[in-house]
Design a protein around this ligand. Sequence first.
Ligand code: SAM
Ligand code: SF4
Length: 329
Amino acid sequence: MNKIDYLRVSLIDRCNFRCQYCMPEDAQLTYVLPQDLLSDQELLTLLREVFIPLGWRKFRLTGGEPLLRPGVVNLVREIASWPETEDLAMTSNGFLLSQMAEDLYQAGLHRLNISLDSLQKDNFDKIIGHGSQTRWNRVWEGIQTAFKVGFDPLKLNVVVIPGVNDGEILDLAALTIEKNWHVRFIEFMPIGNQQLFGDRTFIPSGLLRQQIRAQWGLMESTVKGAGPAEVFKIPGSRGTLGFISQMSECFCDRCNRMRLSADGWLRPCLLNESGQLDLKTDLRNGVSLEQLREKVRQVLILKPEINFQERESGTDTGIYTRTMSQIGG
Ligand code: SAM
Ligand code: SF4
């Protein structure tokens, strides 16, 4: 059985972008009310007193856009200072990084994934919505700053959307030739707004690899914190290419992660609502830390079953109504 020691922690469900596949502009999204967000103290208590004693050692801060959370640098400093923390990483859209990368690094965050779905500004606008080209420039500047500051590995996440950015695979892959950057192609998931891209479905990672192999060749490789990604590299390149194929290849059997939403729900599986726990309400109602640990321990025991529940029972319709920003992507 997999050791479950990786928690994705959503710091906030709001975002300063409106990616069409995540928080489309015309979607009626409901946000967590400020009083329902886990406070810094509640969040730190849950991590330190509930998750760490149960064996969690790896944390990824995400959202929404985690850099919008007030006090994010202090949260990073605190989590990074615990001797039990083996790995602390963040996924960000990069927009605020040029001004925050240095402080985050000094506070103890050394691994970053930055979303960059396109190198073409007009394509980027199509994807992030209410676009202005300055947004792409800011993200690019954020990536350069993070690289200079020393984030390593620096990963760039690309959600591949058929008919939108699939013509850019080789250009994006080429970023890894000169620089020690790690580009990860993620299969587009029908999560959140399904009408959005009409009948367009995901492009299997295998097809992307074929395209890249035909251009430069491809060899197996590794990178820290690869998670479910299959990692390759272009021979002679400095960086790597990761492929996350949650649609074409089920990796539920290897899943070692759970998610904590910004309003304190523990979610054992991205695609399945079974086994969720409302830790914030319990904490506020005075449930003891020992009882909370026991509840989470029970979810840990059930997780392997939960991972496969809907897929195997046939109740998985392939349509998931909550967005990644709401779940804590
Ligand atoms: N705002 C940050 C960002 O965009 O990097 C962090 C949160 S975002 C929800 C985390 C990751 O989920 C991003 O890499 C994003 O591209 C990915 N994501 C969101 N919706 C997705 C979808 N429908 N299919 C695949 N990946 C998705
Ligand atoms: Fe915001 Fe990230 Fe979702 Fe894009 S993918 S809307 S940047 S949370």
